[in-house]
Design a protein around this ligand. Structure first.
Ligand code: NAD
Length: 289
């Protein structure tokens, strides 16, 4: 039976360490690190994510400069706020909570964030730095996956890694990070024929698709490390209640894989912590310049 990679425990440990670090740096630098989360509209899932992020900030001593716009906010209003935050010396990280309402151009807004304040690591400059293996802000979810592997001494070097999913948010950056860690990487996606054949070659299998039970036991190499990035809300057939599951058929894969991330409590738990980590990193960079 697979050992679980406990993202929740690692996230808590890292947050405690960040809190200690912030506590010692704040008097030195004369201010705490600052993160601004911008939200537009009333999407309840987004609102919950934003609340979680602000709560986590408070717990480690990061100041929040969030701004919540009504659904009708214009492109210019949000752009003005980003410009103000780019210029605000108290702010080290800026994050636009996605998705935005359809009338807004989210790519234009994300690209307007100053690359040194891009706490989510999704600006073309930071994605370019990742491609070039230069230091920079790294996208939180894939970065969290790498930290989780590291915490369990699971070194990707020399291993075969298969990433299922090719999004800018998860699939592509995690493939690049595994490549930098000297894995031999394959990216599979919706147009990959013989998906099972490809996934069965993986010593490290990362699922980042958004489809419950896509990865079944027969698709997993015995002894593999399986990282489940998917977050899917489903209605449990027996209880009738809604709950979260990943992309991996957890119960079946558990008896084939050697390591497995649970959902919830695996990768998802790491994402917010990496956002805090990025904010503190960018704060330190600012004072060390
Ligand atoms: P996305 O929809 O942008 O990308 C999904 C990818 O899966 C695409 O590249 C597509 O080619 C691939 N795909 C779709 N159907 C497939 C199939 N049948 N076989 C193989 N590949 C297929 O999604 P995303 O933003 O990359 O997110 C993926 C999942 O990860 C979602 O469930 C999302 O909720 C979750 N997620 C989790 C976190 C976290 O913190 N844990 C963060 C971001 C996203």
């Amino acid at each position: 039976i697979a050992q679980l990679l406990d993202g929740k425990a690692l996230a808590q440990k890292m947050q405690t360490e960040l809190a200690t670090q912030v506590q010692s740096l704040t008097p030195q630098y004369g201010r705490p690190p600052g993160l601004a989360v911008l939200m537009v509209g009333d999407n309840p899932a987004s609102a919950a994510y934003v609340r979680n992020k602000e709560k986590a900030c408070a717990a480690v001593g990061i100041a929040s400069f969030g701004k919540h716009f009504p659904n009708e906010a214009t492109q210019a209003e949000v752009a003005d706020m980003i410009a103000q935050l780019n210029a605000d010396d108290r702010v080290d990280g800026i994050l636009v909570q996605l998705p935005l309402p359809d009338h807004l151009d989210s790519v234009a807004l994300l690209n307007q964030i100053h690359p040194d304040k891009d706490a989510d690591g999704l600006h073309p400059m930071n994605l370019g730095r990742l491609v070039r293996t230069e230091p920079g802000l790294r996208s939180c979810t894939p970065y969290g996956v790498m930290r989780l592997l590291e915490a369990y001494n699971l070194d990707p070097a020399g291993k075969t890694a298969v990433v299922v999913g090719r999004s800018i948010l998860v699939g592509k950056p995690i493939a690049l990070m595994l490549l930098d860690a000297n894995a031999t990487v394959t990216i599979a996606h919706s147009r990959t024929p013989n998906l099972a054949e490809v996934t069965r070659s993986a010593d490290i299998l990362v699922a980042a698709v958004g489809r419950p039970n896509l990865i079944t036991a027969d698709m997993v190499k015995p002894g593999a490390i399986v990282v489940d990035v998917g977050i899917n809300r489903i209605t449990d057939e027996t209880t009738g209640k809604s709950r979260l599951v990943g992309d991996v058929d957890f119960n079946a894969v558990q008896s084939v894989a050697e390591y497995l991330t649970p959902v919830p409590g695996g990768v998802g738990a790491m994402t917010v912590t990496m956002l805090l980590h990025n904010t503190v990193w960018s704060y330190q960079q600012r004072f060390q310049k």
